[in-house]
Write a protein that binds this ligand. Structure first.
Ligand code: 4NP
Length: 164
């Protein structure tokens, strides 16, 4: 796992399954909060699966994010690619399935160690997995926004200490 955020974390990739709900949300929340915190960290997102590649974010996720001040309207889904390990320092998976998918894609043990569980790496209180809101209702999408904010707050805390 990436432990020394000080030297290594300048580019973060958020990873879920479809790249239409959780990881685009985490990306948007992180982009906004990192800028507010004055931290120069680039963020992006992708999915381990490619079924939704090229599509926008799920309209239910777009609406819940918008209600909280986050803009997902320009998001386009894409699938994880081999060079994502070279292009990013830290790859944060939303759940353990995503983490397994990510690590399967890694070409070397070092690359596999660039991948971590989002809510675990950021030191958030449990749950450590980010539930998939896809099958749920509007409340689940609103809860996703809260969870993304919590995880990103933890991420910023960790990076702030590291970048000091
Ligand atoms: P995400 O949610 O991984 O948070 O983007 C999902 C989106 C689509 C599907 C599953 C999860 N799907 O099965 O199509």
């Amino acid at each position: 796992m990436v432990e020394d955020a000080r030297v290594s974390v300048r580019r973060v990739l958020f990873v879920c399954l479809g790249n239409i709900c959780r990881s685009p949300l985490a990306e948007a929340v992180a982009r906004k909060r990192l800028a507010e915190a004055g931290l120069d960290v680039a963020v992006a997102s992708c999915g381990t699966g490619g079924w939704h590649a090229g599509e926008g974010a799920d309209p239910r996720m777009v609406a819940a994010a918008r209600a909280a001040g986050h803009d997902l309207s320009k998001h386009r889904a894409r699938q994880l690619r081999a060079r994502d390990f070279a292009d990013h320092d830290l790859l944060l998976a939303m759940d353990r399935d995503n983490l397994r998918g990510l690590r399967k894609f890694a070409a070397t043990p070092g690359q596999a160690e660039q991948a971590a569980l989002f809510l675990k790496w950021t030191g958030a209180a449990p749950p450590l997995e980010f539930p998939d809101p896809w099958y749920g209702d509007a409340a689940g999408f609103a809860a996703s926004v809260e969870l993304a904010e919590r995880g990103v707050a933890g991420l910023i805390e960790r990076l702030r200490v590291a970048h000091r």
